[in-house]
Design a protein around this ligand. Structure first.
Ligand code: NDP
Length: 234
């Protein structure tokens, strides 16, 4: 059955691949974008996830076009990497506001409709960095591990109403976000990945689509690594 799916930050990278996977499966897919011109083929709504009013307005538009959101993928995210002692309050706040508070805002809004429908799927895009830590990414790692506690609390709060909340934790995936990393850093990561290569956006998308499917109906509060093995055991 065709569901109303929302992918935040669906204008490029992993989010766009996730949106494509749901569309290919026959769902009605909305994406939000912030600064990048969105690609055609989706219901694209401009929405900065750091702004509660914009989030509210986006959900209203999507609901009018596609019906209440049944699958939410909180994917929008940024990095502002620097070493701890150089990290400004602004660097910290921007990353927490977008990655953690932004995900909270959209999940809170989505849950409203899901509770009425007594069904729903919430998927947070975290990162292996949230579990392993990473020098220069104190803000990013905190935002990404925060998603785990948030998802698990929502899983407990919403489970009795048929709503699942899960986390997908990608490893190193080739996108704009990772293209800016120095070649030396990329080489170091590569050496630590058991599968010996970086991930493809489609590989993350497939896991997200599956965890949102009926087949995964008994999975909630889980952290699913899609990381070539780099985070094994965490
Ligand atoms: P990109 O930088 O390629 O894309 C980021 C997306 O987030 C864009 O669509 C962007 O929208 C959106 N976005 C950023 N800030 C905001 C905001 N304030 N409000 C709304 N949307 C916003 O990133 P990736 O595709 O690489 O990453 C997607 C997710 O996956 C992120 O959460 C990231 O942390 C996570 N991840 C990525 C990994 C990787 O190796 N690439 C590894 C692990 C996790 P716009 O362009 O329109 O501004």
């Amino acid at each position: 059955m065709s569901r109303s799916v929302l992918v935040t930050g669906g204008s490029r990278g992993i989010g766009l691949a996730i949106a494509g996977a749901f569309k290919a499966a026959g769902d009605k897919v909305a994406i939000t974008y912030n600064s990048t011109e969105p690609p055609p083929g989706f219901l694209a709504v401009k929405c900065d996830v750091t702004d509660t009013e914009q989030v509210e307005a986006a959900f209203e538009t999507i609901q009018a076009e596609h019906g209440p959101v049944e699958v939410l993928v909180a994917n929008a995210g940024i990095t502002k990497d620097t070493l701890l002692l150089r990290m400004s309050d602004e660097d910290w706040d921007a990353v927490i506001q977008t990655n953690l508070s932004g995900s909270f805002r959209v999940a809170r809004r989505a849950a409203k409709g899901m509770l009425r429908m007594r069904k729903g799927r919430i998927v947070f895009i975290s990162s292996v960095v949230g579990l392993l830590g990473s020098p220069g990414q104190v803000n990013y790692a905190a935002s990404k591990s925060g998603l785990v506690g948030m998802a698990r609390s929502m899983a407990r709060e919403l489970g009795s109403r048929g709503i699942t909340a899960n986390v997908v934790a990608p490893g190193f995936v080739e996108t704009d976000m990772t293209a800016v990393l120095p070649e030396e850093t990329q080489k170091q990561y590569l050496g630590q990945i058991p599968l010996g290569r970086f991930g493809l956006t489609e590989e993350i998308a497939n896991a997200v689509r599956w965890i949102s499917s009926d087949e995964a109906g008994y999975i909630t509060g889980a952290v699913i690594p899609v990381d070539g093995g780099i985070g094994m055991g965490n």
